[in-house]
Design a protein around this ligand. Sequence first.
Ligand code: ADP
Ligand code: ASP
Ligand code: MG
Length: 410
Amino acid sequence: MSLIVQKYGGTSVESIERIQNVANRVIETHLQGHEVVVVVSAMGKSTDHLIKMAHNISDHPSKRELDMLISTGEQVSMSLLAMALQQKGYHSVSLTGWQAGIKTESEHGNARILNIETKRINRHLASGNIVIVAGFQGMMIEEEIATLGRGGSDTSAVALAASLKASKCEIYTDVKGVYTTDPRVVNEARKLPAISYDEMLEMANLGAGVLHPRSVEFAKNYNVTLEVRSSIEKEAGTMVEEEVSMEGNLMVRGIAFEDNVTKITVHGLPDEMSMLANLFTILADHQINVDVIIQNTNGNQTTNVSFSLDSEVLKETLEVLKQYRSHLNYDHITHEGHLAKVSIVGSGMISNPGVAAQMFEVLANDHIKVKMVSTSEIKVSTIVDSSMMIPAIECLHEAFELDARKPVHV
Ligand code: ADP
Ligand code: ASP
Ligand code: MG
């Protein structure tokens, strides 16, 4: 008998009617003769509400108590789904992350899954149950509850599919699959029949919230057959797999974007061999993640270094840099907020060196100023003004022939 892991996201379980709909879909799969393990997210926006309550009661809620609180969201939906299945006459049991044997590293709020002891799930499956597992959570070696980072239920599902050697992992959500860009932002976005693990990983890391980046890492490392599809519509979704050929002569598979970016420039750093290492070691030691980095050497033996980061950590970063001013020996610091990152992603770029140039030309023609750039084998990211983010996505979407209106030449 083959095993299928299905994951239903927040919108898909946001009400009793939606939970009934999920129960019906799970039963359909069960009646096709599969064993089914279901991972659920918290209902609707309940994780946001829980976080808000924590901040209403405390300025700095402790990470442990925050995990205790936000892990409850998934317990509500898992038990309601199990009850819905039982009510319809099926055997079902719900399990929290620790009951399901999901072991994580010792880190609150953003823990990685280390391994899963599947004995208990297998026992329940063997006795004919549909097993429901709470997404987004696991247990540390210290027997503390850990959560996996926002959107982490995807990762719970793919990790379970890998550990249980499932034949497939299906991610059910509120869109019909992975699109060329967020269909809620660009009307012409087109559903992709398939996307490679590497492209999906770039898209997810660059802001496409449809899959949690670590879920794609798991899928790639354990070769999990992964499909993203709608929990309402019945049509096939998007397959995420090892290799996917490009349609026609297209070079770009999709466009990802992220708002809320700030650029910091440290002026007048000494032009010395160890300077970059010193600067970024200090930031790394303070768990500050920087993204795009640019270095400009001045004529007078000093250097300016600019880097982009999430605007949320601006204040903390400025404080750290101030604290190390004499050690780093820089002149002064400036920063620029209200920026966004717009990235094109596609494996077709590997063999086409002109893609970055084409991207800059398209943006220049629309008078969109590029402030920073970074590239990898299969992506080009640009930092632009926030106000230019949507125009940039739209003109790139059209220029790289991703629009739904355009016939795709195969
Ligand atoms: P869930 O609660 O089911 O996990 P999410 O909100 O986390 O759902 O992810 C689905 C959302 O991802 C969609 O509603 C869509 O707005 C957004 N999204 C961003 N980029 C893309 C993309 N390229 N393709 C599809 N959806 C995308
Ligand atoms: N409920 C969690 C969140 O809102 C996890 C998830 O939905 O994947 O981030
Ligand atoms: Mg999600």
